[in-house]
Design a protein around this ligand. Structure first.
Ligand SMILES: [Zn+2]
Length: 246
């Protein structure tokens, strides 16, 4: 079975054909929420499908920076309804303001402490704030996946040492840096994702079944049959979801 650990299948780009997209291939889809309102939508849509797992989160770009407290509490109230906390993290690429970055860090720490307490894994968005993220994650015993990781091999290995996973979107097919990382990190710490409808390998709308492109690329890189890689990724996902930290 394919695994898409990070998608936004709830987004309006899928309104016209979501049913057929969700059922098109044999796949588990994790649908990530980006703020309270969207988390509610994710929970509603995931409830319609047996192969869609809801994730509740507060994306760093979607924090209400004028009054973050109320929204954080609302998001936290939904976490018990989700198996995964996502998407959360740091975005210093779009958010340059130091005060806002401080708020991002606080929100991340608070949601990671809930992940630790509730023993739920977290899928992380980190763009430009990797050094701060590594410093923060070190203090939490949480299973985590850095989605669409785009840093160095050295930092990828740091994530692995801290117990983390890395997920690769289909764009890996033409991204040399991600291919080098896939060759250097342990296979048991790799997951597949799409970030649908974003991050496709072409300009078209990306969709969950396109994780096949990631699997094909890993198959070429690792010289392992695609069926075996599908099984490796599936087992990695089961370990990621598991209720005890290791
Ligand atoms: Zn995303």
């Amino acid at each position: 079975m394919f695994v898409d650990i990070h998608s936004h299948i709830d987004s309006e780009e899928f309104n016209s054909d979501r049913d057929s997209i969700v059922k098109k291939c044999n796949i588990i889809i994790v649908d990530a929420g980006i703020n309270y309102e969207n988390d509610l939508k994710v929970l509603e849509i995931a409830g319609r499908y047996t192969n869609v797992i809801p994730a509740v989160g507060l994306h760093p770009e979607n924090i209400n920076y004028d009054n973050p407290r109320k929204e954080i509490d609302s998001v936290i109230s939904l976490i018990e309804k989700a198996e995964i906390i996502s998407e959360i993290g740091l975005d210093y690429y779009w958010i340059k303001d130091e005060e806002k970055r401080k708020i991002q860090k606080k929100v991340l720490e608070e949601l990671l402490s809930i992940a630790e307490k509730e023993n739920k894994p977290a899928v992380i968005h980190v763009r430009g704030g990797l050094r701060d993220f590594l410093e923060i994650i070190e203090s939490f015993k949480v299973r985590f996946d850095v989605h669409a990781y785009e840093g160095s091999v050295k930092n990828a290995m740091k994530i692995i040492e801290l117990g983390g996973y890395l997920s690769f979107p289909p764009i890996i097919v033409r991204d040399k840096q991600r291919q080098i990382i896939a060759l250097n990190v342990p296979k048991e710490r790799i997951l597949t994702e799409t970030d649908s409808p974003f991050l496709g390998s072409t300009r078209d709308r990306n969709e969950p079944c396109n994780v096949k492109t990631t699997l094909e690329t890993l198959s070429t890189l690792w010289k392992i049959d695609i069926k075996d890689i599908e099984e490796i990724i599936f087992q990695n996902f089961r370990r990621f979801l598991k209720k005890t930290f290791q």
